[in-house]
Design a protein around this ligand. Sequence first.
Ligand SMILES: [Zn+2]
Length: 497
Amino acid sequence: MRIAVAGFEHETNTFAPVKADYEAFRQAKAYPPLVRGDDMVEAIRGKNLTASGAITTLQAAGHEVVPLLWCMATPSAHVTEDAYERISDELTGLLEKAGPIDGVMLELHGAMVAEHVDDGEGELLARIRRVVGLSTPIAVALDLHANVTPAMVDLADYIEMYRYYPHIDMADTGKRTAEGLMRILETGVRPHKAFRQIDFLIPINGGCTDFGPAAELYLDILPAMIIDHELDGLCFATGFPHSDIADVGPSVIAFAASQEAADAAAAALADAVAAREAAFLPEFYEADECIRRAQAIAATAAKPVVVADTQDNPGGGGPGDTTGVLRALIDADARGAVIGAMIDPDTAAAAHAAGEGAIADFQIGGKRMPGDEPVRVTCRVLRARSDSWTGRGSMKRGLVVDLGKTALLETEPGGVRIVVASKPSQTADSSIFHHLGLDVENLPIIVVKSSVHFRADFTPLAHAILVATAPGPVVIDHHTLNYRKVRKGVRLMPRGG
Ligand SMILES: [Zn+2]
């Protein structure tokens, strides 16, 4: 059989300050740039990505993969109308030219909002459906942060989602999606579907599958239900709360041989999620208090204390240059601590111009979020590099990371270290710190611009992990966001929050 494979991913924080234009999809950062055709297969081969896992699975089963295009931009505010239209036009154009196609496998995020389209994936699926018609099955792999809409469920014949946050199982999710598609192609039978939306938003920190209710739901309850209810598939999306759209929030989707079985499984999983509502509230501290706590712990710890600067997570739409936690480190005299990566191409360029060893005045971060201001501070340039490096940990291993000019600065006096980079990317592993010559295992405090993904690499090397809040768009307390479009009856935080 001939299976068309494509990827178009964006997680849209409608409250974030910077939009995703075409260039944001075209450039390579921690993931490959926009790639087409055979280049796509080469660029994503062996990577922890759903299209990669799907292609390997389809080819191993003897199917012909027809690669269309693949692209992903760092999470941010809306995808521009120009970028959305250009990429979806190109994708559907390639599909039209591909000749007879037996099935379609898509790597999507599920929380894409364009300037002119609230349901980015639903609209894309409708356009793809218009090309291939009703008889060609479409299977979709989604991030578990998907805000699934009724249109997405209607237009797809099969859906799978990650079951881990940190997303260590992206390639495996692609494999499961391809297997679902192949079942449909082999039997000629589409599974029945049931979709249930959950009526409260889950803070992203509360959805981590290392512990708590998400671990129980994803790793115990969901796999057991697939067996007990004899399902083709079962998905739980924790949703992405920072998208102000009607269908924001968690949901479940079940696929089964009968409508009754699908309905029963979706209801049972939705009930299991609802029963754990209050447990989804995460623990966190305001930046100054968080750094004081981190220092107290670090004073006697043999391993680093890792602090998540969660509200500026570039993986959730943060600009990556907010200054709240950096100021807290400087105010607390946190000598030896490091924060990174501040996404600040101006400071990176200034550090490179000054050169390694130089002492100069810098204006660090605070340039992209309204109300924030740069930290004006004298620093020594410890390292300045322009080359790429390789990701670490169970999520990012093997990925080539290219964030343009990078530098390691140290406040003078003060000894607080600041990692700066030039392209937006979440600090989801320790690789940038190693790249800049830091002895990561022996640092007292490491602050990362990440919410949860960093745990995949940092948990084994951390003595403790704390979550800090400073002004930024990836807010934990959704009550502080000005939602306008959320459907009626949805609680902005779990009960008790
Ligand atoms: Zn995600």
